[in-house]
Design a protein around this ligand. Structure first.
Ligand code: FES
Length: 122
């Protein structure tokens, strides 16, 4: 197997951070669905599908929906993190399609944090 040099790692890191940076492009909102094994078992796939449907209906091309690993908080899965440029990230817990729709329509589209489902900031 070929060895990866420090330079290679730097290039990979740069590329990844540019792609995931909210400030780096057209993305102003990033929604992460935490899809570890327990997240998936708890229903993260239906949360992801709901987000993709809501995004399609909203016609907002600046919203990015991504899947990532778990946060290490099994008891609060499915979790999602909402990051809006210029605001602190909010983690939502125990999401289902209805709560997801509410978060999408009120927080993402109108800027109203849904504190009832919020696990925390950051
Ligand atoms: S396995 Fe990662 S939060 Fe449960």
């Amino acid at each position: 197997m070929a060895k990866i040099s420090v330079e290679d790692l730097k290039r990979i890191k740069e590329k990844t951070s540019q792609e995931s940076s909210l400030r780096g492009g057209e993305t102003t909102v990033k929604v992460t669905v935490h899809m570890g094994t327990c997240g998936i078992a708890a229903g993260a796939r239906s949360v992801m599908n709901t987000l993709l449907e809501e995004k399609a209906e909203s016609n907002r091309t600046d919203i990015k929906i991504v899947a990532a690993g778990c946060l290490g908080m099994c008891s609060s899965e499915p979790n999602i993190t909402v990051e809006i440029v210029g605001q602190e990230p909010i983690v939502y817990k125990k999401m289902d399609p209805n709560k997801t729709r509410q978060v999408f329509r009120r927080h993402i589209l109108k800027g109203e944090v849904q504190t009832d489902f919020a696990l925390g900031k950051g």
